[in-house]
Design a protein around this ligand. Structure first.
Ligand code: NAI
Length: 249
């Protein structure tokens, strides 16, 4: 059962990566709260909720992103919120990682986030309102020895959000990031039910992985007027993972 987040009714929200995992769960929370949601993704989702429209998008293309935003403005006349959930992960450390994979991860996770924000910014500035929520990661807050490109991209997203908050705040536009802990989604399939996944879960103070909807609820809060004086923050939604160093047992 989705909670109702007040103040989202009829807001128009673009969710990149909205066909799967955290993006899809966020779209469900938003639609259940009365928002009109565009889920933009490389892949089509089988079960988009009512109130959500699918659009194909590669977030690493500036042209396609600008075209999508223009067509949303034609159709809806406004964009109130942006959620950047499109992301990829490629395991690899400094020596084993292929340069092409490093570039691909940065292109989607970092440049893609910037391009989406850039595409909606002038419209939001003109209206002097809008909320942008970037999905970062606890892997952007803490080091991790085997996922160099991903950690780097997410750390950069957190810093980019602070800079965008400084740039857009005077124009009435809020920009925040959320850093999820371990959330069971198609991205984590290789960890789920494995000893390494169980050890990872045990490092969360709540001793479990999170659910996509628990991230979606936090995104909805940051998009809504309930967070109207919050900008420039990185909110961990991580069951306490980043709050304390616990030994996994
Ligand atoms: P997911 O794999 O279920 O969803 C990611 C979506 O992004 C997919 O639908 C995929 O098609 C889309 N996507 C990938 N490249 C794209 C591109 N170039 N253009 C448009 N769409 C593209 O994974 P999940 O877990 O839902 O991830 C969502 C976000 O949350 C990602 O940014 C991820 O890094 C982040 N995250 C996930 C965590 C987890 O434990 N699942 C933890 C922390 C952060």
């Amino acid at each position: 059962m989705n909670p109702f987040i007040s103040g989202l009714k009829d807001k128009v929200i673009l969710v990149t990566g909205g066909a799967s995992g955290i993006g899809l769960a966020t779209a469900r929370v938003l639609a259940a709260s009365g928002a009109r949601v565009v889920c933009a993704d490389l892949q089509q989702s089988q079960d988009l909720p009512q109130g959500c429209e699918f659009r194909r998008l590669d977030v690493s293309s500036e042209k396609l992103t600008q075209e999508l935003v223009a067509s949303m403005l034609d159709r809806y006349g406004q964009i109130d919120g942006l959620v950047t959930s499109a992301g990829i992960s490629r395991v690899g450390d400094l020596e084993s990682m292929a340069l092409q994979e490093w570039e691909q991860v940065l292109q989607v996770n970092l440049t893609g986030t910037m391009l989406s924000a850039r595409a909606v910014a002038s419209h939001m500035k003109q209206r002097r309102q809008g909320s942008i929520v970037a999905i970062a990661s606890i892997n952007g807050m803490l080091g991790n020895p085997s996922n160099l490109a991903y950690c780097t991209s997410k750390g950069a997203v957190i810093q980019m959000v602070r800079s965008l908050a400084a740039e857009l705040g005077p124009c009435g536009v809020r920009v925040n990031s959320i850093s999820p802990g371990y959330i069971h989604t198609p991205m984590t399939i290789m960890l789920d039910e494995q000893p390494v996944g169980q050890a990872f879960e045990a490092m969360h103070l709540l001793k479990r992985a999170g659910k996509s909807q628990e991230v979606g609820n936090a995104v909805a809060f940051l998009l809504s007027d309930m967070s109207s004086f919050i900008t420039g923050v990185n909110l961990p939604v991580d069951g306490g993972f980043s709050a304390a160093k616990v030994i996994a047992i």
